[in-house]
Design a protein around this ligand. Structure first.
Ligand SMILES: Nc1ncnc2c1ncn2[C@@H]1O[C@H](COP(=O)(O)OP(=O)(O)OP(=O)(O)O)[C@@H](O)[C@H]1O
Ligand SMILES: Nc1ncnc2c1ncn2[C@@H]1O[C@H](COP(=O)(O)OP(=O)(O)OP(=O)(O)O)[C@@H](O)[C@H]1O
Length: 626
């Protein structure tokens, strides 16, 4: 149904093709997953199917791409629209109407479908994607994830033969992502729809793929084949595969269910380490307590970011409040023999110190926010302490971005108070506010205005009063391959995010806010982001990130705050909140339950430590037998 024949794409001004040797076929009625590191050319390959490359992007396409027999070089995107439905990375760029219902109907109207068919499909899609309550809403007032649902819905209603989707779940909450993938699978199985889909969060999608196409590195020819086989050689892979590789499982499991069936031995080996670890835990505890005083002094030294100038409106920085690990809605997990070891592992994370907690970088009291007629937040009490990393999680539209907006003064409280570093954000001049708080918005483009990466970084250093080269060094740290003279518009999604992050981080704000910071990032870039954020937290910066990425939260957050319908429904240590929630538990937790492990790194570290107990000897004996 989709056919690439020796395709290469060279963008204008580029010395080398961005992709080359692309030669594969997607048969009718299959779901093919396109994977590869950030900036490797996934969107370019997808664009060649919908005709956006090269018709809209410019550049030269060599070779041949056909969709349902039509050559995409001789057919412009609108001449393909009756067979191909496309969702790009930026839904806003695709909307043609103003309201949800109109947008869902638009594609069908242009194909001239009968009104009663249109009506039925709009209703079905509203239900399928949880959009019924939003049907009359102006699209501009929707949250990021709500917009992504509309974008997906609008290409589903005309029932195209081919769907091309670029990171369709990047802004969706975990449950919505599952629902969307279930819908896609149903279209593939029941209607024979052909789907080509690129995604970074492989933990969400790999189990749905009939085949995988892997772009291993820039300019290298893609590999294609069976998902499990390709995952064993791919540079990008989900935690379930990482764990499978670590444990030496073959064939590699791609689902939590398959991995659980293999995990009995691993659980036993870990139980032995945990038993050994729990004694070390007691000793480490007293050492950690002694160290806390001195760490407080270091953290207090974190440099408040300096001047801000033109960037003031976009980038803000804040200070906040103390950690309360209440775990309101979630009962504490039952004590298991592994809990002390888990606490020991957590202790390696930078822990907020009691001295600093009293300073409260951010403090929110009885906050309510109405946006138009919508109550976006109500009864919010929240404090954030220096050195603390808080993950804000919750369904699409729960109020996460609104909460971040209130901390940088972009959103005014309807009732209640917000203080950041002692100031009231919406009444504080931007130049002053940026010394307290910085926000990396959900759409990084909002922060970028220069013509080149280099110029953007020079401006960022100047605005932040940072040493020349600070921002550029951060960009390279996050994504090494970005060149100085690239226009930010031509960066891939992940590259643009890395740049926006570097721009804000150059000012080293005491309170750093990140809205969906792993959208478009591959696992390596995510790991580098985690390293950068951990270092900032260890220096005493407070970090609040709104995220749907449960793996990121497990990796980095000390504390998770769950929002539902504008209210805080749980607030507590990460392990407590996520372990008790099927939606928010990371893959490793699900695979190794009832042991409360969160990440592959924790498992790897534990396996590297020597087992010493009788339990360990027993486990060894069993391992040897096996
Ligand atoms: N219109 C364009 N003009 C010039 N260069 C471009 C253009 N679009 C993309 N590029 C470059 O081509 C390369 C591949 O980009 P592409 O968006 O296809 O990657 P990707 O794999 O989808 O990345 P990500 O996973 O970060 O979304 C990048 O280096 C990017 O800077
Ligand atoms: N400008 C606006 N005008 C009116 N309502 C808005 C506006 N922006 C957001 N809302 C509504 O406020 C609520 C909270 O939106 P918010 O963007 O804070 O959610 P979120 O938790 O960040 O969602 P997502 O996970 O989808 O990004 C939603 O119901 C949304 O539709």
């Amino acid at each position: 149904m989709i056919r690439f024949e020796e395709v290469s794409v060279t963008y204008e001004g580029a010395a080398e093709p961005t992709v080359r040797g692309v030669d594969f076929e997607v048969p009718e009625g299959e779901l093919v997953l396109l994977v590869g590191p950030s900036g490797v050319g996934k969107s370019t390959v997808l664009g060649a199917v919908s005709g956006l490359v090269p018709h809209f992007t410019g550049g030269t396409l060599r070779g041949r791409v056909t969709v349902a027999g039509r050559d995409t070089r001789t057919h412009r995107p609108r001449e393909l629209a009756d067979v191909v439905g496309t969702v790009g990375q930026d839904p806003l760029a695709h909307f043609v109407t103003d309201t949800v219902e109109d947008e869902l109907a638009y594609g069908m109207e242009s194909l001239g479908l009968a009104p009663e068919v249109m009506r039925r499909r709009v209703e079905e899609t509203l239900d399928l994607l949880g959009l019924a309550d939003l049907r009359d809403r102006p699209i501009a007032t929707l949250s990021g994830g709500q917009q992504q649902r509309v974008a997906i819905g609008s290409v589903l209603t005309p029932h195209p033969q081919v769907l091309v989707l670029d990171e369709p779940t990047s802004a969706l909450d975990p449950a919505a992502a599952e629902e969307v993938l279930a819908v896609l699978q149903r279209l593939v199985h029941d209607l024979g729809t052909t789907v080509l889909l690129a995604e970074h969060r492989l933990e969400r999608v790999v189990q749905y793929a009939d085949r995988v196409v892997l772009l291993p590195s820039p300019g290298a020819a893609p590999l294609h084949g069976d998902p499990a086989e390709l995952m064993s050689v791919s540079p990008v892979y989900p935690p379930v595969v990482d764990l499978g590789r670590l444990a030496g499982w073959s064939p590699l499991p791609l689902t939590v269910r398959d991995a659980r069936r293999r995990a009995a031995d691993l659980r036993e080996r870990l139980a032995a380490r945990v038993a050994a670890g729990s004694r070390a835990d007691a000793a480490a505890g007293s050492r950690a307590d002694a160290a806390e005083g001195s760490r407080a002094a270091v953290a207090g030294g974190s440099r408040a970011a300096a001047a801000a100038g033109s960037r003031a409106a976009g980038a803000a920085r804040v200070g906040a409040a103390a950690p309360r690990q209440r775990g309101q809605a979630t009962p504490p997990p039952a004590e298991t023999s592994t809990a002390p070891a888990l606490r020991r592992l957590f202790r390696r994370r930078p822990t907020p110190t009691p001295e600093l907690s009293r300073q409260h970088i951010a403090e929110i009291r009885s906050l309510a926010v109405r946006r138009d007629r919508i109550t976006a937040l109500r009864h919010i009490d929240l404090t954030v302490a220096p050195g603390e990393t808080v993950a804000l999680m919750g369904r699409n539209g729960a109020g996460k971005s609104t909460l971040l907006g209130s901390l940088v003064g972009l959103v005014e409280p309807t009732a209640g108070t917000v203080h950041v570093g002692g100031a009231v954000p919406h009444r504080t001049p931007p130049r002053d506010l940026v010394r307290r708080v910085g926000l990396v918005p959900q759409e990084p483009r909002d922060l970028l205005y220069a013509d080149t990466v280099a110029a953007e970084c020079t401006a960022a250093d100047r605005d932040a009063d940072a040493a020349p080269g600070t921002c550029r060094a951060l960009v390279s740290e996050l994504l090494p391959d970005i060149t100085d003279d690239t226009h930010p518009r031509d960066l891939s999604e992940g590259q643009r995010l890395a740049l926006a992050l570097a721009v804000v981080l150059a000012a080293r704000p005491p309170l750093l806010l990140l809205d969906e910071p792993t959208r478009g990032l591959d696992y390596a870039a995510k790991a580098r982001l985690v390293t950068v954020l951990r270092a900032l937290a260890a220096e005493g910066h407070a970090i609040v990130l709104a995220t749907h990425d449960v793996e990121l939260a497990a990796e980095i957050a000390h504390r998770v705050v769950l929002l539902a319908d504008g209210e805080v429904i749980a607030d507590g240590p990460t392990a407590e909140i996520v372990v008790s929630s099927p939606s928010y538990a990371p893959q490793v937790t699900k695979i190794l339950a009832p042991q409360p492990w969160l990440t592959v790194t924790e498992v790897r570290d534990a396996l590297a430590s020597p087992p010493t107990t009788a339990q360990a000897r027993k486990a060894h004996a069993r391992e040897a037998q096996a």
